[in-house]
Design a protein around this ligand. Structure first.
Ligand code: NAD
Ligand code: WQD
Length: 336
């Protein structure tokens, strides 16, 4: 299939492009490089030995996107493009609503006009809010606690409404848990701007001594060691989940929703321990106050994705820590 990958220069997009090319799909990347560097696309080309058509374009630009649809004739779309920082979304909510929602509306309009009937959307475990029961199944109650999460919830509803009146479309909503790690080559990985918000890039920047120590946000949660528990999934496993979801769409399945997680939760202290082992010294940390809006525990029930698309994570925590560290060590300044 020929796949439009929006946001394909970003963290999850780059890893997914590699999996798609290895599965013999043809890809075209559209990214406005608002949170990525063109170097990331060159690295995908290096790993796959494949020339990748790339358009630097804002997906919200209907006319610009229409030219690309006319030229390229896609069979499917994977829509990664979006703004993703929770704290930033609280500060600039309108930009989050405008970017994340308008980009999706533009793609759906054009998908309809040009009969591109396979659509995969990057949703998030954030749509489960503060889960009341664990593990989290796809039919757990949905809620959002910040503008970023609300964009994901709105877009899921938009996709449901769109599907109701366009039932010949096939749509996969993928709810990612916490992607970490990097491609084993060490050529692509997560390259956050400024001081990282997320745990693992913070830990690896402490490990290369760019940051002095990790602040552990709270050790008084009702968890095994008091620190927050999350379902961390290797980004290459997550990427493979997209290939499996596209295969499912080829069977004319209609609208489907899958959790992409491992089903196992690790605490912040367990993450620190795993990274200390792979880097060979103790990662320095201090316990500080809870981060506002954080939940205690979140992990997936991955059964539905296993039963319906054969998805099962292959990488363990040690692999995730090793590959995240390999990327950080080889690229201390990211793609710069
Ligand atoms: P990322 O920021 O690395 O990638 C997103 C890419 O989209 C970037 O390259 C950015 O330049 C591009 N982009 C943003 N707005 C655009 C626009 N209007 N037009 C064109 N390009 C645009 O983020 P990621 O971690 O790779 O996340 C990909 C998707 O997965 C996002 O939708 C995100 O919300 C979702 N998601 C991420 C996580 C996570 O923890 N990383 C978890 C759950 C869901
Ligand atoms: C993990 C754990 C923190 C940083 C976020 C988004 C979510 C999704 C994934 C997109 C928590 C603790 C963190 C630090 C710490 N993104 N922590 N010190 O919050 O589960 O999810 O990214 O959809 O929407 O909210 O991930 O990596 O920020 O935090 O102690 O410096 O690490 O409290 O327990 P989170 P995270």
């Amino acid at each position: 299939m020929k796949i439009l990958v929006t946001g394909g220069a970003g963290y999850i997009g780059t890893h997914t492009c590699i999996e798609l090319i290895q599965a013999n799909d043809e890809i075209v990347i559209v990214d406005n490089l608002s949170n990525a560097k063109y170097e990331a696309v060159k690295r995908i080309e290096q790993i796959t030995e494949t020339k990748i058509p790339f358009y630097q374009m804002d997906v919200c630009n209907y006319n610009g996107m229409e030219q690309i649809f006319k030229e390229e004739k896609f069979d499917g779309i994977i829509h990664f493009a979006g703004l993703k920082s929770v704290p930033e979304s609280v500060k600039i909510p309108l930009q989050y609503y405008a970017n994340n929602i308008n980009s999706t509306l533009v793609l759906l309009e054009l998908a309809k006009k040009y009969h591109v009937k396979n659509f995969v959307f990057s949703s998030s475990a954030t749509v489960y809010g503060n889960p009341q029961t664990l593990p989290i199944t796809e039919d757990s109650p949905l809620s959002a606690t910040n503008p970023y999460g609300r964009t994901k919830l709105f877009i899921e509803s938009i996709l449901q409404d769109f599907y109701t009146c366009n039932p010949t479309f096939n749509i996969a909503i993928l709810r990612y848990f916490n992607p970490i790690g990097a491609h084993p080559s060490g050529l692509i990985g997560e390259d956050p701007n400024g001081i990282p918000n997320n745990l693992v890039p913070y830990v690896t920047q402490v490990a290369i001594k760019k940051l002095p120590y990790l602040k552990v946000n709270g050790n008084d949660y009702p968890t095994k060691d008091g620190t927050g528990i999350r379902d961390y999934i290797h980004v290459c496993d997550l990427a493979r989940g997209h290939v499996l979801a596209l295969n499912k769409l080829k069977t004319n399945c209609g609208l489907v929703i899958y959790n992409l997680g491992t089903g196992t939760g690790y605490s912040v202290l367990e993450i620190i321990h795993a990274f200390s082992k792979v880097v060979g010294f103790d990662i320095p940390y201090q316990i500080v106050a809870r981060r506002p809006g954080d939940i205690a525990t979140c992990y997936a029930d991955p059964t539905k994705a296993y039963q319906e698309i054969g998805f099962k994570a292959k990488y363990n925590l040690n692999d995730m820590a090793r590959d995240a560290w390999n990327w950080q060590k080889k690229n201390p300044k990211g793609y710069e």
